[in-house]
Design a protein around this ligand. Structure first.
Ligand SMILES: O=c1[nH]cnc2c1ncn2[C@H]1C[C@H](O)[C@@H](COP(=O)(O)OP(=O)(O)O)O1
Length: 192
């Protein structure tokens, strides 16, 4: 992937021709159980985009947005028909891309309650972008089936936009949602 880590501070000093896009991983602790006995532990949201790739909700920051977080809030409200506030502390990291356009992608994570996350899911299907820009929110299967492939390893075999796949893996690791060893094994089986 043709992108490099850059600090948030440096990214904001780049020339105005460089575009900024913000995307967010919404997640919630969950007491749900798969097949009534496998604890799910967390619900993590991604979305199926219009182009058939998986990514996180969000999009380009406009000149009218006073801050990155305001741009993210506006994009989420357009895409998901749900209003969520973001703080600078929700910013996880950002990357600069030189090809195909000069772009900085900012990645945020936001912890919700399960009730809030379900409200986001319910609102999204009513949103004006549902079935158009956004083909639907999906929960990331975080479990591992006995065959070693089903669950997270299979999910990681999908097509992801930009660096959304590594954003997902980094967030699952840094937030302690999936253990490092399990992530390594999921990445290994998904590359076979
Ligand atoms: O989830 C993502 N993670 C990293 N980069 C992403 C993600 N989704 C899109 N992108 C990149 C590639 C796109 O060209 C830009 C803008 O994003 P997009 O969501 O398509 O923007 P609009 O909704 O059209 O504003 O970011």
């Amino acid at each position: 992937m043709n992108c490099k880590l850059i600090s948030r501070e440096k990214s904001l000093q780049l020339p105005s021709a460089v575009k900024h896009a913000c995307h967010a991983m919404l997640y919630a602790p969950s007491d749900e159980k798969l097949f009534s006995h496998i604890p799910v532990k967390y619900a993590v949201l991604m979305q199926m985009r219009f182009d058939g790739q998986l990514g996180f909700p969000g999009g380009f920051v406009d000149l009218s947005d006073r801050t990155l977080e305001e741009g993210l809030k506006r994009e989420l409200s357009e895409e998901l028909d749900y209003t969520l506030d973001f703080a600078e502390s929700d910013h996880m990291y950002c990357h600069i891309w030189e090809e195909p356009i000069h772009l900085v992608t900012h990645f945020y994570t936001k912890r919700l309650t399960l009730a809030e996350l379900r409200a986001v899911e319910a609102a999204a299907v009513q949103g004006k972008e549902f079935g158009l820009e956004t083909m639907g929110l999906v929960r990331v299967p975080l479990f591992f089936l006995h065959d070693g492939k089903g669950g997270l390893p299979s999910f990681l075999c999908n097509n992801f936009i930009g660096n959304a796949r590594s954003q997902l893996v980094d967030a699952l690791k840094s937030l302690g949602i999936v253990k490092e060893e399990q992530l390594k094994s999921a990445l290994k089986s998904s590359s076979r």
